[in-house]
Design a protein. Structure first.
Ligand SMILES: [Zn+2]
Length: 237
């Protein structure tokens, strides 16, 4: 069961479920507040608990607000770009073919002579997508075999609120294009998480047990991602 509490200008999303303790979480990037509570607990008790924690909630929200945000890129010389968790400085060239190349700490964007600036964005997006498409099959083979699952498709999408998603019924997995900017361990973590949904649809204890067994450091990898702008809404506890 789900409910909402209003505390001044803060909305608290309440989830009642079969658990023993109350959990309070504040999520990036908007500072959304969620309380998971035992099913038998009444809303007034939960409200009193939330009010007693308002100071903490405000501090968390403030901290999240201070986090690094993705900023729009212009794709110009000396601009910072991240690929697989490493920082590169952009160089722009004109040439016969368009494309992207990494060389030492430079990311070299090549575009056709006379091509407009907006084309640079497309060239980068295509290249990012290709990076992920090159990286996924090996991870997919490794983990599908180890976990005994067979996803029907693993697609790459631009997503605003999630790092990955899984439709267990169709066996279809989607991976956020932005993962190309994070360390490779993060891509592996999201992939294993979504594949684990083919074993367990929800984040129940069996799901957590699978993650602990398969990827013992998954919490560390999750924290790496949660420090960063796009959250995966549904698994942060
Ligand atoms: Zn999940």
């Amino acid at each position: 069961m789900a409910a909402q509490l209003k505390l001044g200008d803060t909305t608290v999303h309440v989830i009642l479920k079969d658990i023993k303790n109350v959990h309070l979480s504040v999520y990036p990037p908007t500072g959304r507040v969620r309380i998971s509570a035992p099913s038998r607990m009444d809303l007034n008790t939960i409200r009193a608990f939330a009010i007693s924690k308002l100071g903490w909630i405000r501090r968390q929200q403030k901290q999240i607000g201070a986090q690094e945000r993705e900023w729009p890129r212009a794709y110009v010389e000396r601009e910072t770009h991240y690929v697989w968790g490493r920082r590169y400085l952009m160089q722009v060239r004109e040439g016969a073919r368009s494309g992207v190349e990494l060389k030492h700490d430079a990311i070299i964007l090549c575009q056709r002579k006379g091509a407009c600036m907006t084309r640079r964005h497309e060239i980068m997006q295509d290249w990012y997508r290709q990076q992920l498409k090159d990286a996924i099959p090996e991870l997919q083979r490794k983990w599908a075999a180890r976990m005994g699952v067979s996803p029907t498709s693993i697609g790459v999408r631009r997503m605003k609120t999630m790092w990955g998603s899984c439709s267990p019924d169709r066996g279809a997995i989607r991976i956020n294009l932005e993962l190309v900017k994070k360390p490779r361990e993060c891509l592996e973590y999201i992939l294993v998480h979504e594949l684990a949904h083919l074993l367990e649809h929800t984040h129940n204890n069996r799901f957590i047990a699978h993650m602990d067994r398969l990827l013992p450091d998954w919490r560390h990898r999750r924290d790496e991602l949660n420090r960063l702008p796009v959250p995966h809404e549904d698994w942060i506890y």
